[in-house]
Design a protein around this ligand. Structure first.
Ligand code: NAD
Length: 328
């Protein structure tokens, strides 16, 4: 199979690429502007060749390659997708705070960027397009989140991801591209060294001997999905028949308070020989939703996917990843 992964130097993209390259018969091309993910990050997946301007990008070779470029660049996008069997679209502005700070930049990357990639796929007859969305398009809801809820985005990031979902639906209905939208929960795990989400942040702080600050009383809930489970969901979305135009919640389907997460994390840190950090409660963060978890029944029924990795095992492996990384 020929896979084009936009944003493939990032956390999710590298894990997905590594999974594919662990098998025979895959040509994996990463299309990334290196704004967050770097060449050195991609090198952790394995040796890669580079596709430069002037190269014949319709030739795909088994193994890993990088085309440096921006999803907003029409010519670069056209060159990146030509001949691909599947495009996995991960490149994005990934942060709610950044989207609040600069909604226009978020709009450009997350809306114009996806339309540009879908257009490139249309012109090149790429049959399938998997889009990384999130719970943010649904906004403030009474959980569990599921696919039938009417979206009410509460941030520019949620709005731009919702627009992306809309374009995926439109390109399925108008042009027959099998677009599949996956709404990821809070992803954590190995490879998250550059992330600032709660798990990665707390482990990095603990390793630096700093205090962990829980916003508010810690009763707020989230749905933490391990990267290995997530990668399997992307694989299912890329290969399952008759799911064009569909959207799936991809999460653990478990409601976990931030306090509980912290407790499990502290136990795992102790077991891995780390010094236990001090935990304090700070003020409630404006805009933080009180409760959040997903119902993943649709993914189970149509993709044959459920999350399998327990929080305990997932956090242990994540801590080991961070410890190994710092020893290198
Ligand atoms: N990690 C999570 O918890 C989570 C949760 C919900 C949704 N998502 C979505 O999953 C996707 C992947 O997330 P991630 O955690 O791997 O993010 P990441 O920031 O680790 O990786 C994103 C990659 O995209 C690249 N990129 C950014 N803008 C680009 C552009 N204009 N052109 C080309 N490349 C560009 C960056 O250089 C980076 O390598 C994103 O779309 C994100 O919104 C992630």
């Amino acid at each position: 199979m020929k896979w084009l992964i936009t944003g493939g130097c990032g956390f999710v993209g590298r894990s997905f690429a590594a999974r594919l390259l662990g098998e025979q018969g895959h040509a994996v091309r990463v299309f990334d502007n290196l704004s967050t993910g770097k060449r050195s990050d991609l090198a952790t997946v394995g040796a890669f060749s580079e596709i430069n301007v002037g190269d014949d990008s319709s030739i795909w070779q088994e193994g890993l390659s990088l085309q440096e470029g921006d999803i907003l660049d029409e010519c670069a996008a056209n060159r990146a997708v030509v001949g691909a069997d599947v495009v996995v679209h991960l490149a994005a502005n990934t942060g709610v705070p950044q989207s609040v700070e600069d909604p226009m930049a978020d709009c450009r990357t997350n809306i114009i960027g996806i339309v540009n990639m879908l257009e490139a796929c249309r012109k090149a007859n790429v049959p399938r397009f998997v889009f990384a969305s999130s719970g943010a398009p649904l906004g403030v809801q009474i959980p569990p989140l599921h696919e039938e809820l009417a979206p009410h985005p509460a941030s520019p990031y949620g709005a731009s991801k919702l627009a992306g979902e809309g374009y995926c639906s439109a390109y399925f209905h108008c042009f027959g591209i099998d677009t599949v939208t996956l709404r990821f929960g809070n992803v954590y795990g190995e490879g998250s060294g550059r992330k600032d989400s709660v798990v990665a942040k707390f482990i990095k702080l603990a390793m630096a001997g700093e205090v962990l600050e829980i916003y508010g009383n810690g009763a707020q809930t989230r749905d933490f999905v391990h990267i290995t489970d997530l990668v399997q969901a992307i694989r299912c979305a890329a290969e399952t028949a008759n799911i064009g135009g569909e959207t799936f919640q991809i999460a653990s389907a478990k409601e976990t308070t931030v306090s509980h997460l912290t407790d499990v994390l502290l136990i795992a840190m102790r077991k891995e020989g780390m010094e236990e950090p001090k935990v304090v409660h700070g003020s409630h963060r404006q805009g933080d939703v009180a409760r959040n978890f997903s119902d993943t029944t649709k993914a189970k029924n149509q993709l044959g996917w459920t999350s399998k990795i327990s929080l305990e095992d997932g956090l242990r492996d994540t801590i080991r990843y961070f410890l190994n990384r710092s020893n290198r």
